[in-house]
Design a protein around this ligand. Structure first.
Ligand code: HEC
Length: 137
């Protein structure tokens, strides 16, 4: 049984080099573009009033698992009666319309002041982010 010339020092150096290699690779790839862009778009348009964390209500209710959630259903959040009675299940299609123009989907809602996200591209990114975050990120 011979370890030859291999010293612990060499092993550590090799391990460290491998680690740096992996790290370099991760940095070169960056964050997946959709997720990164989506988060930025969400931060720009929504984060003033919303978080994605369960139970964390700000000016607006938290948006944890919003895709597939019933409207007006976060416990302990004081919704407008318009939102409480809207009786819709949020899916990607009605969320898209809602963030373009909230009043078109739930007339008289209290999501204000909110100008709407005019860019279809930004809306798509936000929706992808809402969906991905609901999956537990
Ligand atoms: C100025 C603050 C503000 C901003 C900015 C804002 N919201 Fe809201 N949002 C609210 C408030 C307040 C409500 C509750 C409305 C009500 O009760 O009528 C709400 C409600 C919602 C609801 C309904 C939630 C539920 O539980 O039924 C969704 C979905 C939503 N917002 C998504 C968004 C998204 C996505 C963005 C960004 C594109 C955004 N909001 C930007 C304040 C805001």
């Amino acid at each position: 049984m011979s370890w030859g010339n291999i010293s612990w020092g060499n092993i550590v150096v090799a391990w460290f080099a491998a680690l740096l290699g992996a790290l370099g690779c991760a940095l070169a790839q960056g964050t997946p573009p959709d997720m990164g862009d989506g988060q930025v778009a969400f931060n720009n348009a929504c984060r003033t009033c919303h978080t994605m964390r369960e139970g964390d209500n700000r000016l607006g209710p938290n948006l944890y698992k919003i895709v597939g959630r019933k409207s007006g259903s976060v416990p302990g959040y004081g919704y407008s009666s318009a939102m409480k009675n809207a009786d819709i299940v949020w899916d990607k299609a009605n969320l898209e319309r809602f963030i373009a123009n909230p009043d078109e989907v739930v007339r008289g809602n209290a999501m204000k002041p909110y100008g709407g996200v005019a860019s279809p591209d930004a809306r798509a990114k936000i929706l992808a982010y809402l969906e991905a975050s609901g999956a537990g990120n």
